[in-house]
Design a protein around this ligand. Structure first.
Ligand code: KG4
Ligand code: ZN
Length: 338
């Protein structure tokens, strides 16, 4: 597609809309609900869906306004169809269908994870394949071989908790609020990452999967053992725990690229905000001369520009054939509906 695309994302707790033209982000608006869910220690699906409903029209209007465009000017509307919270997804899909139908435009149904991967295609990073991609967020952790943005090939993923979930649960055990990623990183900055040896599950070369349930339990046991003494070791615990989550992510990403003979690695998802993960990936990649594709943090966390990017590698459904299409909570077999 050469014309502007209006993209909408509502799969979790961010209401987002963007206008993307080719590799260029013309506008990108993200209204985060994170604060709304803080008292509950996690995203409450019903609260998220209701909030999207009240916010989405204003967010779309702002994205168009900032782009200096009217709905009639866009070439297509794109929306996250799956996977995510079903009520939240429905709000975006219904909105996108209504807008596209009213304006006589085609609709592109995008896979959220395809979006996280395609974020690296956008300027200024503009990463070209082949590369191995790691997407680590609150809901997903996966490795893909990207030889063609149209069809990322799943290499592996988590067999239990997502990396971001492990980060958030660890943060909670350490008495930090939700979402805990940034707070855990701040606490870890003053600690010794070698102080505690937390287990790394599924270690071993050519391993492509991840497991984070064990490390979370190990932290819980450490805290119990330490009792009141845990208070003054919090920074060391945070640093060691962060290391146990980030190290396998960096190791497996770089190993996969080396084993597959691919010249670059890329990061995506909210966990890619983590400075220690970025540092570990850079450290591991350097001896192999691998290029590093790390998008701006606003493109790593949930946003609609990445949905506009993936839309350009997904077949559009012509007007008005999409009216019967629906949101889907789950990921398809193989991981991405591209
Ligand atoms: O991609 P994202 O914004 O939303 C989902 O699709 O889940 O990712 C959110 C996740 C949360 O688990 C959050 O704690 C984590 O990303 N995160 C971080 C950092 N910032 C956000 N994890 C580690 N270090 C950070 N600095
Ligand atoms: Zn996401």
């Amino acid at each position: 597609m050469t014309g502007p695309i209006l993209a909408i994302e509502t799969s979790c707790d961010e209401t987002a809309a963007a206008v993307v033209r080719g590799r260029r982000i013309v506008s990108s608006v993200v209204a985060s609900q994170a604060q709304l869910h803080t008292p509950y220690g996690g995203v409450v699906p019903e609260v998220a869906a209701r909030h999207h409903l009240g916010t989405v029209n204003g967010v779309v209007d702002r994205a168009l306004e900032e782009a200096g465009l009217r709905l009639e000017d866009v070439e297509a509307v794109a929306v996250t169809q799956r996977p995510g919270l079903i009520g939240a997804l429905l709000v975006g899909v219904a909105t996108a269908k209504a807008l596209a139908y009213a304006a006589g435009k085609p609709l592109v149904m995008v896979d959220h994870l395809h979006g996280h991967i395609a974020a690296t295609w956008l300027e200024p990073l503009a990463l070209d394949p082949p590369f191995v991609s790691l997407v680590a967020s609150g809901g997903h952790t996966r490795l893909d071989l990207v030889e063609d943005y149209r069809r990322p090939v799943l290499l592996g993923g988590t067999i239990d908790d997502a990396a971001g979930e492990a980060v958030d649960k660890g943060a909670r055990l350490l008495g930090l609020g939700y979402p805990g990623g940034a707070a855990l990183e701040r606490l870890a900055a003053g600690g010794d990452r070698t102080a505690f040896g937390f287990p790394v599950a599924l270690s071993g070369r050519s391993q492509r999967d991840f497991s984070f349930a064990g490390v979370k339990t190990a932290l819980l046991y450490r805290l119990r053992e330490l009792g009141p003494a845990a208070e003054e070791r919090r920074a060391d615990l945070a640093a060691s725990y962060q290391e146990a989550v980030m190290r396998p992510l960096a190791d497996r990403l770089v190993e996969a690229a080396v084993d597959l003979g691919v010249p670059a690695v890329a990061l995506g998802g909210g966990v890619a905000a983590n400075g220690r993960l970025r540092e570990l990936v850079a450290e591991r990649a350097a001896p192999h001369g691998l290029r590093l594709g790390v998008p701006d943090i606003r493109l790593c966390t949930d946003n609609a520009a990445m949905i506009g990017a993936a839309a350009q590698f997904t077949d559009a459904v012509p007007w008005p054939e999409y009216l019967a299409l629906d949101a889907v909570a789950t990921a398809p077999p193989g991981g991405i509906a591209a």
